[in-house]
Design a protein around this ligand. Structure first.
Ligand code: ADE
Length: 288
């Protein structure tokens, strides 16, 4: 199918389908209206056969908490597969691979996912072993269930689908999409409570603006997430630029390195005084 008309179908297996109404708003909401995102909810309770519609049970071997039963989940997923083909089956759990922008990009290239939201103490291990293709975690903390993690994954992927975000340049400049944090953004008014927009952004000089934005992305990443700099490919000039700022911010912690940046980057607004100081660890910026 041509990428401009691509549709992402996501079947979500959850005992709490109502939580997903948040995705009827904003960009995922619009993507559903325009048909680029198809979201379908499946409650494993509908696949139970007992009068209490039981989806969880106590763990074998004892211990606290309840475990999601395997059979209702297998049944839901088998029904989805019969009706819509086999999508990528993803379990949301704190034990999965941690979600990153590149993993979102990889998943957004697929046409069909089945998201299984774990709950309670977890899911019967046989679901993980015999049904699931991959396991995704939002981060190193425990949520009440996989629903919020599934919503984050859906939102992050939806904005990458062709035609969903009006201007593709918006997505291309997002934090992480080039492996760096995003540059600062400003809108009207030009002066707010005495704080001015950096003059270069008003200059109309598109090359200078692009350079300033790239440098700001580099500096922000240096200050806040220097670990990311080891994963991106940078030009020699960019490496030298970062080394200069890394050293100058360490040499001159009295102003947090702000003065040096103002000269090179034409930045006149206030900056966090501790930002450069935080990045001083004595080491240079490693080549990627
Ligand atoms: N379920 C509970 N905690 C989670 C996490 N950190 N990521 C994904 N799913 C979860």
């Amino acid at each position: 199918m041509a990428s401009s008309t691509r549709v992402l179908r996501i079947d979500v297996v959850t005992p709490f389908p109502g939580m997903f109404s948040a995705l009827d708003e904003s960009i995922p909401g619009r993507a559903q209206i325009t048909g680029r995102l198809v979201l379908a909810m499946h409650n494993p309770r509908d696949e139970t056969t007992d009068p209490h519609r039981t989806i969880d049970d106590a763990p074998y071997g004892g211990g606290g908490g309840m475990v999601l039963k395997a059979e209702p989940i297998f049944r839901v997923v088998e029904r989805i597969t019969q009706e819509h083909g086999r999508g990528e089956i993803i379990l949301l759990s704190p034990q999965g691979e941690v979600l990153t922008q590149s993993r979102v990009e990889e998943l957004a290239r697929l046409d069909h996912w089945v998201l299984i939201c774990g709950h309670y103490k977890g899911v019967d291990e046989r679901v993980r072993e015999h049904l699931v293709d991959r396991e995704v975690s939002l981060g190193d903390y425990v949520l009440s269930g996989g629903e919020l993690a599934a919503m984050v994954l859906i939102d992050a992927a939806t904005r990458l689908l062709p035609g969903v975000v009006g201007n593709p340049a918006t997505v291309a400049s997002d934090s992480y999409s080039a492996g760096l944090l995003d540059h600062p953004h400003y809108t009207r008014p030009e002066v707010l409570r005495g704080w001015s927009v950096p003059p270069v952004l008003l200059s109309g000089d598109h090359r200078a603006i692009a350079l300033w934005r790239r440098q700001q992305s580099l500096l922000r990443t240096l200050q806040r997430r220097r670990d990311l700099l080891n994963l991106v490919s940078l030009s020699e000039e960019e490496r030298r630029f970062l080394d200069r700022h890394d050293r100058s911010s360490c040499d001159d912690e009295s102003d947090g390195g702000a003065r040096t940046m103002e000269v090179e980057c034409g930045h006149t607004s206030d900056r966090e005084p501790d930002a450069d100081a935080r990045s001083c660890n004595g080491g240079g910026v490693q080549p990627g």
